[in-house]
Design a protein around this ligand. Sequence first.
Ligand SMILES: [Zn+2]
Length: 409
Amino acid sequence: MDDIDHKKLGRELDLFTFSDVVGKGLPLWTPKGAAIRREIERWVVDEEIKDGYQHVYTPDIASLKLYEKSGHYPYYKDSMYAPIQIEDEQFMLRPMSCPHHFELYLSRPHSWRELPLRIAELAKLYRFEKSGELMGLERVRSFCLADAHIICRPDQAESEIDRVLNLIERMAGVLGLNSGADYWYRLSLGDRQDSKKYFKDDAAWDKAEGLLRSVLQNRESKFVEAANEAAFYGPKIDIQMKNANGKEDTAFTVQYDFVMPGRFALTYINEKGENEQAIVIHRSSIGAIERLVAFLIEKYGGAFPTWLAPVQTLILPISDKHLEYAQSVADQLREQHIRVELNAKNEPLNARIRDAELEKVPYILVVGDKEAESAAVAVRRRHVKETQVQSTTTFISRLREEIATRSNN
Ligand SMILES: [Zn+2]
């Protein structure tokens, strides 16, 4: 299993690193790793906005009072970092963004017509993990969750959850992952007898669990039910996956919450002009970026599809004579937002091709006299032996198309 370890590949491909002085479990993204992350983040934000989400920014820390209001403190105290004293106030590094989004919702009154409000954020979160449990990008102390809170009327909850699952399946599909095969759903239920672990409201639990079950049944999704796995504030649908070592794990969740709306007084003005309590759906679309990247490094063995590849094209001039032309090709590619590198080291061409292959670059472009004379490039596609000469403009437009469609081959 050593060959598909994301920690080893991440080091070899120079994607991320850790520093003892920065601290354990706090990843440093290199320019190459950052390129992958940036592509994923742009994709998530664009897809979610297209799906009716409103993306926001809220701070990484908050007053302790906010987490006392939400009940996370002291309830989740063990997975949070100790408070930070600033002047007379105490602050926390946030372990979740829900209360920030609720306060944003409360900044003005809302009519029933505005709902559902889908508030999304690429939220940087901090959770306490014991040093012995840290593992590469998979288990970290700071991470970025593709998070959202859908605030809706009770009659909208079912269709909103269905819509969330559509989004998850669409996005997983882009990554080449299929529902039922690469990931599957788990309906996580509460326990009416355990009022310590679960908020006491039997009728609300019955209703919420029935609603999630009916969403899954109506979609004809394959799912398993798990007793005693719900959140404190309601049942959830977990997206379950196997990691590279074959171990089952919850990648992220969709949660139905009937408790926080009461605690934060998340209300809207209904058709009759009265205040009515909303429902909250907590959801992620792809989970934590760190975890996803760890997973993708292992899934692709470092040979990323072109849209995600840190270096999409590598240009190799045959000799110094061709350096000027090679640079002009690099400029044309860069102008079209294509990630390009040029290797003009004083080494034989074959050695430089071998290096590029080890780096798993999708396209190697060799340029010599013939190419320079005809404004062309000799293209070597990753894993393909033959070289194909194409005009530079044709190559660029094909590549742009491949990147724009996030093609998986
Ligand atoms: Zn939340």
